[in-house]
Design a protein around this ligand. Structure first.
Ligand code: SAM
Ligand code: SF4
Length: 329
């Protein structure tokens, strides 16, 4: 079993399939000037499956595919099928912007995908287009409807809250849970790879972050009830508007540590194991994979490097080397 130096069992692997994306969300990627990883440097479907088999031997039971945008990967369905067919893997899920979800939902569900988290930062079509630099919100809604039809549940919606951009939409987004059995999660914007100017009309770096504390205060009149059994074992603190079908979560990577329950390891699309989103240490297993060496020692090494907790304000330079799309958000 993979147990880290602080006694935490590592059972969850997040895999970034690609650093590429069909959107350019202002807080995640610059509009242009990104250096894409070469296809040759990225792991193939077969290589990814071998990594997951090795992780499964160490006790990993759940895998989430992310990116960049996992649905732009040409072999996404095959990757899901290969991972889902590994007996020890109980759940394969993915995080997506849903732009390509409508037509891929059924093939993915047939391949063994269990759940999707969908990023949606605004309910307003024009604002959504501005935040994502060109995204069509109607495609996201069609993707959500398709995911519901395919019972990829419970559906989670991720919303990164940015002051002066979409913070005013907190109540409207929270209200979605009244009628829908969805888990809407509000996320503090992290200063990872996005310190540059986002363009005219967007907030300056020092103004962007709305704390979870402020977000909750904005919903104070709703009498949110804490949930005793939040579904999923993610980092969100979970609440429910009285009598609502769905729940609301708050994720605060900056303010409140969720590190004590951290059970995850990350694999970047160029084959590096990363033990923490924030701490930049990475261990490449690509060469070992390609030369047929056993991968377990690399997992052991990465897990041994897992920090007890990150102190983001201290450990992360304001603009870290790798952006969220490269690490796998
Ligand atoms: N493209 C997919 C998507 O957007 O859902 C998956 C990759 S994206 C990097 C994963 C998640 O990270 C998204 O929910 C996105 O909103 C979030 N994210 C990206 N940059 C972030 C940042 N600087 N702070 C907080 N969350 C961020
Ligand atoms: Fe693409 Fe997701 Fe980053 Fe937006 S948050 S640019 S959709 S990877």
């Amino acid at each position: 079993m993979f147990i880290d130096p602080f006694g935490r069992a590592i059972t969850y692997l997040r895999i970034s399939l690609t650093d590429r994306c069909n959107l350019r969300c202002v807080y995640c990627m610059p509009q242009e000037g990104l250096q894409w990883q070469s296809r040759a440097s990225q792991l193939s479907a077969e290589e990814i499956a071998r990594v997951v088999k090795s992780a499964a031997r160490g006790g990993v039971t759940r895998v989430r595919l992310t990116g960049g945008e996992p649905l732009v990967h040409p072999h996404i369905v095959e990757i899901v099928r290969r991972i889902a067919s590994i007996p020890a893997i109980e759940e394969v899920s993915l995080t997506t912007n849903a732009i390509l979800l409508e037509r891929l939902t059924q093939p993915l569900a047939d391949a063994g995908l269990k759940r999707v988290n969908i990023s949606l930062d605004s309910l307003d079509a024009d604002k959504f287009r501005r935040i994502t630099r060109g995204g069509d919100i109607d495609r996201v809604w069609r993707g959500i409807a398709a995911a519901e039809r395919a019972r990829l549940a419970p559906l989670k919606l991720n919303t990164v809250i940015v002051r002066g951009l979409n913070a005013d939409e907190l109540p409207a987004l929270a209200r979605l849970t009244m009628e829908n059995d969805w888990h809407v999660r509000f996320i503090e914007v992290m200063p990872i790879g996005n310190a540059q100017d986002w363009g005219e009309g967007f907030p300056a770096p020092s103004e962007r972050c709305v704390s979870v504390h402020e977000m909750k205060a904005q919903l104070e009149t709703w009498n949110l009830e804490p949930e005793t059994s939040p579904f999923g074992n993610g980092p969100a603190r979970t609440y429910r508007i009285p009598n609502a079908l769905g729940t609301i979560g708050f994720i605060s990577p900056l303010g409140e540590h969720f590190c004590q329950n951290c059970n995850r390891l990350r694999l970047t699309s160029d084959g590096r194991l990363r033990s923490c989103l924030v701490i930049p240490n990475e261990i490449s297993l690509r060469d070992a994979l390609r030369s047929g060496q056993p991968l377990e020692p690399f997992f052991e090494q990465a897990i041994a490097q897992k920090p007890e907790h990150h102190d983001m304000l201290v450990a992360t330079p304001a603009d870290s080397q790798r952006g969220m799309s490269q690490i796998g958000g």
